[in-house]
Design a protein around this ligand. Sequence first.
Ligand code: 5GP
Length: 177
Amino acid sequence: MDKLTVLIGRERIAAKVAEIGRHISEDFAGEPVVLIGVLKGATIFLADLARQITLDVSLDFIAVSSYGNAKQHSGEVKLVKDVDRSMAGSNIILVEDILDTGLTLTFIQSMLRAHQPKSLKIAALLNKVSRRTEPIRGDYVGFEIPDEFVVGYGLDFAEHYRNLPDICVLESGPESE
Ligand code: 5GP
């Protein structure tokens, strides 16, 4: 049986998402922004964040494969779904659930730079800075968290737990895969 312990509760998440939304609204005042969500983990954060931004917001999504069902990063990132339109001249905010090693966002960032956007920022709800192997940092970061495997608020373990309203540490399960 998996053991789940709440690490960040829903009220703290909501307050932080509102704060990030305010910062983005101030930083891009008067300009349109495109939120690009990394499927599937970022979807719930993106849905809440979009509603906290008081600008002209459009949405797009990217899918990559890297983690599978295991805890460890495979070290390889492959594009599974590209954005639907050209991002030339756009203010892109890349929305991700968690910055871990940084491999995923480094890959997506360089891919999106080829579109020649006006600006390209990263919003990551969670940051496991101790795990970073790539020289990348988020521009809008929600919470610094320890090196624990977390689920909930979009984050899964083998496609389970994405719908949990809180971010929880999963204390058993991944090792038995
Ligand atoms: P990175 O490429 O930065 O190592 O990994 C980013 C991706 O790894 C995240 O989008 C997420 O899918 C996955 N990931 C990293 N840490 C965790 C974690 O603690 N829990 C879950 N569910 N996924 C994680």
